[in-house]
Design a protein. Structure first.
Length: 222
């Protein structure tokens, strides 16, 4: 990965990781799955395999939980991804920045050096599908030319904020303390106080100093 900081990829396949961040997939969830890594990995694999159900879950998760996403951290993963994945996330950023107060958080995604022309995900038939069903309204003003219905939207596919707070430690701490690396580091220590700063830094992909400072503060409460 093209990260400046070491990152230890968490265990689990895409369905278990997505289930761990609140997506209904009928599999054993990876407990407290890494949010940004899960969204990145799910988009990368589903674009390669043309798995539009999984990609739709990623989009639906963003729509519900955008306020508690660590956008700079997600961007670090996306920069290491394939060009099609980068184009997908740039289109997501274009969608989210349109008339939304949280849009400023996506601005750096718009700076990805990618073609500005529109692109499709279906190998064939995009124009026919759009003529028949219309265009997905979320992506009408983006580079992604997407037929309506390709990404399904169904109540219950993704947990609400209230329900996700109850099952995901890092998400809950982001709600309490704000979206920051400290909230994620604190969550890892709540799960296992014996973790060292070095282990914490690798699990989050942050600087050792940030992990060390959080660990010292956490010890004040023990």
């Amino acid at each position: 990965m093209a990260h400046k900081r070491a990152f230890q990829e968490p265990l689990g396949d895409v369905p278990s990781l997505l289930s761990g961040i609140g997506c209904a997939l009928g599999v054993e969830p990876a407990r407290h799955a890494d949010i940004e890594y899960t969204l990145f990995l799910a988009s990368e694999e589903s674009l390669t395999q043309l798995d539009f159900r999984i990609l739709g879950l990623v989009v639906q998760w963003i729509d519900i939980h955008d306020a508690h996403l660590n956008h700079p951290r997600l961007l670090r993963f996306v920069k290491s991804a394939s060009k099609i994945t980068q184009r997908f996330w740039k289109a997501v950023a274009q969608w989210r920045t349109e008339n939304r107060k949280e849009g400023r958080k996506w601005q750096r995604f718009l700076g990805l050096e990618l073609p500005s022309s529109r692109f499709t995900l279906l190998p064939v038939g995009t124009a026919f599908q759009i003529q028949r069903n219309g265009e997905d309204p979320r992506f009408e003003n983006t580079d992604l030319h997407l037929p309506k219905g390709l990404f399904r939207v169904r109540t219950g596919d993704v947990l609400s904020k209230k329900k996700l707070v109850a099952i995901h430690r890092s998400y809950a701490n982001r709600v309490r303390f704000g979206v920051c690396l400290r909230a994620d580091l604190w969550s890892l220590l709540e799960e296992d106080p014996s973790r060292t700063p070095s282990q914490l830094a690798k699990m989050i992909g942050c600087a050792f100093a940030s992990a060390w400072e959080t660990k010292q503060d956490f010890l004040l409460f023990s």
